[in-house]
Write a protein that binds this ligand. Sequence first.
Ligand code: NAP
Length: 298
Amino acid sequence: MTTTKVAIVGASGESGQSIVNALLDSSTPKYEVTALTRPQSIHKPVNTKLQERGVKVVPADLGGPSDKLVELLTGIDVVISAIYFDNLDEEIPLANAAKAAGVKRFVQSALMIVIPPKGKEDNLHYFQKIRLPYTYIDTRWWYQLTLPRLPSGRIDHLLSPTHKDLPIGFDGSVPTALADLRDVGRFVARVIADPRTLNKRVHVYSELYTQNKVYEVVEGLSGEKLPRGYVSEKEASTNIDNARARLQRIRRKLAQSSHLLLLSCSNLGDLYPDFEYVTFEDYVKEVLDGKVKGVYQG
Ligand SMILES: NC(=O)c1ccc[n+]([C@@H]2O[C@H](COP(=O)([O-])OP(=O)(O)OC[C@H]3O[C@@H](n4cnc5c(N)ncnc54)[C@H](OP(=O)(O)O)[C@@H]3O)[C@@H](O)[C@H]2O)c1
């Protein structure tokens, strides 16, 4: 059986680790994984662990000389970027090198719900313009970031130090699509092996939930009553305008995206009806039983 060679940028990050786990677990096809990490990250403990699991970890300066990047990508079948969302500019030299090296599929760091064009969409247009074979994978909102804080504080250790409960959009009745971060990588591994998804935008998710239902499930399973903070459509729009006007670049992006989330809604698809995903209820049970780890803990 042939082995598919994958190079991944951001393998040390949250999405990247989920993707690498799935690639290493896959038997059909088998994947050989190279992680391209920033030179300053080469000694990160997570990279050492990746190496111990058979991943080739190599330093790569995406803003550096292009011939070095082309050399790194020569012989690679699929490039996946799971880069930090504020460093999307670096996908441009990566894509140019992938094109020059003859990479067969480029997966950008989309991995998100639909957010109005900028950044990710601009990059997609560039990849299409240079005729780089691509797949844009929209993976929807993680359960891990959907979980509201419990008043008892019993799941605080799973939440990132900057965690803020997402306000409830409008009256909380708009359905949106969710997936467990652990399933995101499994979806990606499946999509990149699927010839139907070449040069396509793909939407993958596990369950449709309204925010009201999220709160009901968490309350039902935890036995705790959760406070609810609502944001009207008008307030969300005003917050976006205020964020645009007031905040500096990085903070502005963060503030805008959390409000834009509330304005986005989901699309449906059924590429993989046999996919066995973690349900939101099972995820919450695992959380309450102390069986899962949190995100952005480092
Ligand atoms: N669907 C959702 O719910 C959801 C939630 C969160 C994020 N996302 C999306 O998933 C994608 C990846 O995000 P993530 O949160 O998984 O990534 P992350 O953990 O924040 O970072 C990914 C990797 O990017 C690399 N990187 C390059 N430049 C960086 C910089 N200036 N600062 C920090 N890291 C940098 C790092 O790898 P090296 O150090 O190895 O170079 C890092 O480990 C993004 O497109 C994001 O929008 C989706």
